[in-house]
Design a protein around this ligand. Structure first.
Ligand SMILES: Nc1ncnc2c1ncn2[C@@H]1O[C@H](COP(=O)(O)OP(=O)(O)O)[C@@H](O)[C@H]1O
Ligand SMILES: [Mg+2]
Length: 271
């Protein structure tokens, strides 16, 4: 597919002295040599090969993840399920560049992550990924809209391109922009957190037990927002949960047990 690069929004930066562009619309990283106008879609966006994560505390060795092999493509809606302690959060942290594997390879658009300098990795993290957590992590003294704008402090992307009112509309919380977190319900707080995750226009949303603190009706409302973001806004969504209702919204389920993938299945006709 040829797309004149002047018609597309992208930012240019350097990784290991190679100029790269992060295309905003698909979160695609391409090496750049003069013009780059071809997008190679033949490979998977995120690829983990034999990834393991071991924690050592004193004499205890904990195998949080063991030999994980998984490919994630643009536009997928994935639910990572498994009991508490099975490695869901660890997997999400590695995928979202918050943590690094002890062994194995992780590549983003065919670039091995371990070769990225720390600063480039941090930039890629804030530009490619948006995070949502069970506990919302809102700043209590800031209003909803101020909370949504926090990630723009660390980003070089132009916040006007994807402004705060717009993302608050996408998360259906634009009627509460001036409320402080203490004046919001749990579901409303999570909507603010989702709007915040969207502010840098990430290609991938990573959500760790996003409905863990919500009642089932509110949980469904939140899942409908993720579904909308996946189907209409073409975001790749990766959600960790042990709630069956939540995982039923996904198109693909990756089941973990004791740090290993015990099932990886695609749902048919899940709309
Ligand atoms: N920072 C850490 N230090 C030591 N052990 C950890 C750490 N983070 C997670 N673990 C351990 O790794 C395993 C997987 O944890 P986690 O990924 O949080 O599972 P889940 O999210 O499925 O509940 C658990 O046994 C947990 O105790
Ligand atoms: Mg967890």
């Amino acid at each position: 597919m040829l797309i004149p690069h002047t018609f597309r929004k992208g930012i240019v930066y350097k990784i290991d002295k190679i100029r790269v562009i992060l295309w905003e619309d698909i979160g695609q990283v391409c090496s750049m040599n003069g013009y780059v106008n071809t997008v190679n879609k033949s490979h998977k966006m995120l690829k983990l090969v034999n990834v393991s994560k071991v924690y050592t505390i004193g004499k205890d060795v904990i195998h949080a993840l063991e030999n994980i092999n998984v490919d994630i493509d643009h536009g997928e809606f994935i639910s990572v399920v498994g009991p508490s302690g099975s490695g869901k959060s660890t997997l999400l942290h590695i995928i979202g560049l918050i943590d690094i594997p002890t062994e194995g390879k992780y590549s983003i658009n065919e670039r091995e992550v371990s070769t990225f300098a720390d600063r480039d990795k941090a930039n890629l993290r804030s530009e490619l990924f948006g995070f949502v957590f069970q506990d919302f992590y809102l700043f209590p003294r800031l209003t909803a809209i101020e909370n949504v704008l926090v990630p723009t402090i660390f980003s070089r992307k132009n916040a006007i391109l994807n402004n705060s009112t717009n993302v608050m509309k996408m998360a259906k919380i634009d009627n509460r922009i001036d409320h402080k977190p203490s004046e919001l319900s749990g579901g409303e707080k999570q909507r603010v957190a989702i709007a915040r995750a969207l502010i840098n226009d990430p290609g991938v949303i990573i959500a760790d037990e996003p409905t863990g603190n919500l009642d089932s009706k509110t949980a469904e409302d939140i899942m409908k927002i993720f579904k909308y973001l996946n189907q209409k806004k073409k975001k790749t969504i990766i959600i960790a949960t042990h709630n069956e209702l939540v995982s039923s919204y996904a198109d693909r389920i990756i089941k973990l047990k004791d740090g290993k993938i015990v099932e990886d299945s695609k749902m048919v006709n899940n709309t």
